[in-house]
Design a protein around this ligand. Structure first.
Ligand SMILES: Cc1ncc(COP(=O)(O)O)c(C=O)c1O
Length: 374
C-alpha cells in the first residue's frame, strides 16, 4: 500500500531521539531552544520571536489568546480549514464565523471575509492550503482597515516564500505544525512566531502552566522550584525529545524541500492533460509543498478513491468543511458555495519526502486507467 503520508524517519532522527533519552532531560530544555533558533534562522526573521509548543493546535490556541481573543468575540476563518483551528477558537470562548474560499487558491476569499466583519470581529485566521499561499498583502490591508489581528496558520507552508519573503517573517502572528505527517516533523510539535519580546514572555508562561521560571533557565536543562504564577496557563511546551527529532529533520530541510518540489511538478506535468482533473494552480516556485491535491468531479471522487485503494494506493480528504460538522453547523457564515463544491471534489494524493518518480508514475497510471475505462 502506498500511504498518503510517510514521515522521513532515518538513522539521524533515531540517533537524535536516543541521544535525548540518554541525556535524561526529556521535557522543556536546551534542544527546544536550539530548535527555536534554527526555525528563526530558516525563516530569516531577526525581528521576530519563535516559541516552540507541543502541537500546532496549541500554537493556534495560544496565538488567539495572545491576540486577546475571548468570550463575546468573533473570529473569521474559511470553513475549508482544519478542525484544530475551529476548536482553538471555541476553546477561547469566542465564536467561529465561516467565510468562503477562492476557487483558484482554495485559500481564504477576502471579499467573503470582509462581508462578515462586525463590531464583534477581532481576528481572522487564514491558512495557506497545501501548496498555494493566501494573498497575504491584501489580507494585511483588510486587517489594518478594520483593526483586526491576523493569525497566519502556516501549518502547510513552513519553508515556503511569499513574494520572496519567508513564511513566518511577515505576518502579524504565524503558527506552524510539526505533527507526524507534516513536511518537518517533531512527532508532535508546533511553533508561534510573534513580533514582540513582551508577547514572547507571556507565551513562555502560558506554555508552562503559567509558571514564571527565571528567564531561559529551562534552556539550560534546569528549573527553579520557587516562582510566581500570574496568569492562566496550559501544559503546551515542547519537550527536548521532540525538539531533538525536529532538529535532525531541519538538517535535511533543503533536501526535503527540493524532493517535494520535484515530485509535485512531476505530478502536475503528468496530470494536467487528464480532462476530468483540476490540478493545483501553481508552478510551486518558492514553495515547499506539504500535500499534492487534485480536484475530481464530485460524482467520481469516492469511486476513484476506492479504485486507487483497491490498487494499493491510499488517498486523503483535506478536508470536510467545518460547517458540515454537527458542532459547527449553526455558526454564522457567508455563502459557502465554493467550499461546498471543493469539499466534494478534493482528493490528496500520496506525497512523501523520499518518494520516487516511479511511485508517482504508478499513481498517475492508475488515475489514467480509471478515467479511460469510464
Ligand atoms: C491547517 C492546520 N492547522 C492546524 C493544524 C494542527 O496542527 P497539529 O496537528 O500539530 O495540532 C493542522 C494539522 O493537521 C493543520 O493542517
Amino acid at each position: 500500500m502506498i500511504p498518503v503520508f510517510k514521515p522521513l524517519i532515518e538513522k539521524e532522527e533515531i540517533d537524535a531521539a536516543v541521544g535525548a533519552l540518554e541525556m535524561g532531560w526529556l521535557g522543556m530544555g536546551k534542544f527546544v531552544n536550539e530548535f527555536e533558533n534554527k526555525i528563526k534562522q530558516i525563516i530569516g526573521a531577526d525581528d521576530r520571536e519563535v516559541i516552540a509548543v507541543g502541537t500546532g493546535t496549541a500554537a493556534i490556541h495560544l496565538a488567539l489568546l495572545i491576540a486577546g481573543i475571548g468570550p463575546g468575540d468573533e473570529v473569521i476563518t474559511p470553513s475549508f480549514n482544519n478542525v484544530c483551528d475551529f476548536q482553538s477558537i471555541l476553546t477561547t470562548g469566542a465564536e467561529v464565523v465561516f467565510c468562503d474560499i477562492d476557487e483558484n487558491s482554495l485559500c481564504i476569499d477576502l471579499e467573503s471575509a470582509e462581508k462578515l466583519i462586525t463590531s464583534k470581529t477581532k481576528a481572522i485566521i487564514a491558512m495557506d492550503y497545501d501548496c498555494v499561499l493566501c494573498e497575504h498583502d491584501k489580507l494585511g490591508e483588510l486587517a489594518k482597515k478594520y483593526n483586526l489581528r491576523v493569525i497566519h496558520d502556516a501549518s502547510h507552508s513552513f519553508g515556503s516564500k511569499y513574494k520572496g519573503k519567508m513564511v513566518g517573517s511577515f505576518s502579524d502572528i504565524t503558527t506552524f505544525s510539526f505533527d507526524p505527517v507534516k513536511t518537518i516533523t517533531c512527532i508532535d510539535g508546533g511553533a508561534i512566531v510573534v513580533k514582540s519580546e513582551e508577547e514572547k514572555k507571556i507565551l513562555h508562561e502560558m506554555r508552562l502552566v503559567g509558571m514564571m521560571q527565571p528567564a531561559d533557565i529551562m534552556y539550560e536543562n534546569k528549573r527553579a522550584w520557587t516562582y510566581d504564577v500570574q496568569r492562566v496557563g496550559y501544559r503546551y511546551h515542547m519537550a527536548n525529545l521532540h525538539a531533538a527529532i525536529g532538529l535532525s529533520q531541519l538538517e535535511k530541510f533543503d533536501e526535503i524541500s527540493r524532493n517535494r518540489f520535484n515530485l509535485c511538478n512531476y505530478y502536475s506535468k503528468k496530470l494536467k492533460n487528464i480532462p476530468e482533473i483540476i490540478i493545483p494552480k501553481t508552478d510551486f516556485q518558492g514553495i515547499t509543498p506539504f500535500l499534492y491535491y487534485i480536484r475530481v468531479p464530485a460524482e467520481s471522487r469516492d469511486e476513484l478513491r476506492n479504485y486507487l485503494y483497491s490498487n494499493g494506493i491510499d488517498t486523503g480528504i483535506h478536508w470536510q468543511p467545518g460547517h458540515w460538522f454537527s458542532l459547527l453547523k449553526n455558526c454564522r457564515k457567508s455563502d459557502l458555495s465554493i467550499t461546498n463544491k471543493i469539499g466534494e471534489e478534493i482528493l490528496s494524493l500520496p506525497l512523501h519526502s523520499d518518494m520516487s518518480l516511479e511511485t508517482v508514475d504508478i499513481i498517475i497510471n492508475a488515475i489514467k486507467f480509471f478515467f479511460n475505462k469510464r
